[in-house]
Ligand binder design. Structure first.
Ligand code: PMP
Ligand code: GLN
Length: 386
């Protein structure tokens, strides 16, 4: 008699492999130019790499403190003060995490109880929903419409209920490349001020924002930040997505709850990488100060090159993603079109509908422009032939 291995009753039955893994694998299989998963095809700063090697050689190879190494938390607190006009307490309000992904998961796990409602904006980044589901929360998705993907604040008010516990904000927004204004933060505050609702603000693209008025951070809003967990990622800022170092900033009571989860999810984050990042933040603040200009030039180059294509390019106010409408080229739905594009045109992209719960009938794809100019030019040449 053979005894078959048990198949667990899945806690996430509807979930497959992420679209990012799927499309990157397909790109590799077909040797397509990979503009799908968001990562640079160039390296981060030499200095950062040297500092990593140096700290490894100095023996900084054991566990970091649970909340993160002190020099990195201090450098983040100073950077926050410089940009948003408010200095978090480095000990009680800044926590280093294994990428933004861990901070998001820890924050959702710490705050959401069974039956709690969580509001997010669709299309929404793919890591929010599974975390909410695992906590027993109920996700209420507010659909945003192209081309501007603005929030309809009246509809937002209508979504609020006595069970609303958390609002997940993401600005600049992946995948739409739209960005909130300070007015949006104020409007959010007005909507939740009288209720016990918290805000999880995913700001991993805080330094890649082209909007007039710059990035509107929850941390720049004096009332909202008392209710908020702001999340960022050094992967985006220093072109090192593989290092997986991120952080969150939140008031002491919220930070304490996030840390309760963090200490059993990962306990602590790669020690030499944290020390190197602390050195980098101190030695070269110009890197992050000039990041928007760096990516604006790439965006503009790519948009210009695509102006000869039949793609219609949507406005891009932030992130390193560009949305393109392909309805002049194909009738395929976006998932099928991205597959076709990878296999037959040699360019991999991400479909937008996978980030939405409701049907998303638009013919939109997301193209990552965090690439060397030569890569962007080669991709544009292929896209212009369609
Ligand atoms: N949030 C958003 C909106 C992202 O785009 C990403 C990654 N691209 C993350 C979170 C995760 O960041 P990390 O790689 O630091 O975990
Ligand atoms: N956040 C990256 C993107 O939007 C992908 C990260 C991942 O692969 N999980 O493409």
């Amino acid at each position: 008699m053979t005894i078959s291995a048990p198949i667990p009753d899945s806690k996430l039955p509807a979930l497959g492999t992420t679209i990012f893994s799927q499309m990157s694998a397909l790109a590799q299989q077909h040797q397509a130019i990979n503009l799908s998963q968001g990562f640079p095809d160039f390296d981060g700063p030499d200095y950062l790499q040297q500092r990593l090697a140096w700290h490894v050689a100095q023996g900084a190879n054991q566990y970091a403190p649970m909340t993160g190494v002190a020099p990195l938390r201090a450098a983040i607190a100073d950077k926050t003060a410089q940009i948003y006009g408010w200095q978090p307490d480095a000990n009680d309000e800044v926590t280093i995490t294994a990428g933004a992904t861990e901070a998001l998961f820890a924050a959702i796990s710490a705050l959401v109880r069974p039956g709690d409602e969580v509001i997010c904006f669709d299309p929404s980044y793919d890591s929010y929903a599974p975390a909410v589901q695992l906590s027993g929360g109920v996700l209420k998705r507010l659909p945003l419409q192209p081309p501007a993907f603005n929030v309809d604040w009246q509809r937002f008010d209508e979504l609020l209920s006595a069970r609303t516990r958390l609002v997940i904000v993401n600005t600049p927004h992946n995948p739409s490349a739209s960005a909130w204004r300070a007015d949006d933060m104020q409007r959010l505050w007005q909507a939740i001020a009288e209720r016990e609702i918290y805000v999880l603000s995913d700001e991993v693209y805080e330094h890649i924002c082209f909007a007039r008025g710059g990035h509107a951070s929850v941390l720049a809003h004096p009332q909202l930040r008392q209710r908020a967990i702001a999340v960022s990622s050094f992967g985006k800022t220093f072109h090192m997505t593989g290092w997986k170092v991120g952080y969150c900033v939140a008031p002491p009571a919220l930070s304490a709850e996030v840390r309760k989860v963090h200490q059993y999810l990962t306990f602590s984050v790669n020690t030499p990488a944290q020390l190197a990042l602390a050195d980098m933040l101190r030695a070269d603040p110009q890197h992050w100060q000039q990041l928007s200009a760096f990516y604006r030039a790439k965006r503009d180059r790519f948009v210009q090159a695509l102006s000869h294509s039949r793609l219609e390019i949507l406005p891009c106010e932030g992130t390193y993603f560009l949305l393109a409408d392909y309805s002049a080229i194909s009738d395929l739905d976006d998932v099928a079109f991205c597959r076709w594009l990878t296999e037959h045109a040699g360019v991999a992209a991400i479909p937008l509908s996978v980030f939405c719960a409701d049907p998303f009938p638009h013919k939109l794809i997301r193209l990552c422009f965090a690439k060397q100019d030569a890569t962007l030019d080669a991709a544009a040449e292929r896209l212009c032939r369609l």
